[in-house]
Design a protein around this ligand. Sequence first.
Ligand SMILES: N[C@@H](CCC(=O)N[C@@H](CS)C(=O)NCC(=O)O)C(=O)O
Length: 297
Amino acid sequence: MNSLAFPRCCPSPLTPASTSSPVTSYAPSSASIKIRRSRRAAHRIAVQKPTRIVAMAATAPPSSVKEVLPSPLTSASEPPPLFDGTTRLYVAYHCPYAQRAWIARNYKGLQDKIKIVAIDLADRPSWYKEKVYPENKVPSLEHNNQVKGESLDLVKYIDSNFEGPSLLPDDPAKQQFAEELLAYTDAFNKALYSSILSKEDVSEESVAALDKIEEALGKFNDCPFFLGQFSLVDIAYVPFIERFQIFYSNIKNYDITKGRPNLQKFIEEVNKIDAYTQTKQDPQLLLEHTKKRLGIA
Ligand SMILES: N[C@@H](CCC(=O)N[C@@H](CS)C(=O)NCC(=O)O)C(=O)O
C-alpha cells in the first residue's frame, strides 16, 4: 500500500513531498519545547529579531525545501477565482484541525494538486462564509465544484480521492483500531484542555487520557506510530500532542513525555517527517494565541 521505497514500518525522514533540494526544516527537540525563561533571557529575545524564537526551536538537520506559503487572506482580500477547477485547502496556520488536512496533503505529495489558501480567522473575509464554507470554519476543501469540511473527514477524503501513499494500513485489525482512536480524539482533547483551563494541578482525567495514548502507541510495537506505520491516526493526534506538549510544559510545568517512552519516541519520530514539520508553527506564537483564546494570564 505505501508505495514509497523505504521500510514499510518506519517512515523515511523524507516524505514524498520532500525529496527535492535541501533547506531548513523545523523539528523541536523536547528541550526546545520549554519556552519559559528567565526575565533577562525573555528581554533579550524580545529585543532581538522575531526569527530568533523560531531559530531556538530548530534542531533538525537541513532536509527539505520549505514550501513558500501564502499570506492569510483578510476582510480586505478578494476571493480566489472560486470553482475554477483548482483544488484549494482553506486553513489557518495556527489551527490544529486545519493542520490535519494540511499534513495529509503534504504526506501524499499533493503540493501541486491542492493549493493552500490561508484565512485570517481574526479578520475573516465575508466571502468565505458566503461563497465557500457556510460553517465559516477551517479547514475546508474546495474540490470538484464542492466544498467539504471537518478535518477527520477531509483527511480520509484526501486519502481516498488523491494519489500518493495510503494513510491507512490494509490490516483489518489496524483499521478497526484506527476507527477507535479516531473516535477518541475529541475526548482526548477535551480531557487535556480541561487541565489547562483549571488552576489546579494536572487532573487525573488528563493523566488517564495521556496514559491511554501511551498504551495505544504500544499496541503494535513494530514501530513508534499508532498503527505501526505512519497513518491518519498519527495525523489526527499530532497537531494536538504538539500543542499539549508546549502548553503543559509552560502552563502546568508538566512534561507529558515523562514516564511515557512510547509518546517520547512518537514525538521524536514524527518530527522526522517533513510533511508534518512543514506545518509546525512557532511554539511561542501557539502558546500566546491559545492563552489569549482561553483567557489564561
Ligand atoms: N470539527 C471541526 C473543527 C474546526 C474548527 O473548530 N476550526 C476552528 C479554527 S482552529 C475555526 O475555524 N474556528 C472559527 C470559528 O469557530 O468561528 C474540524 O474538525 O474541522
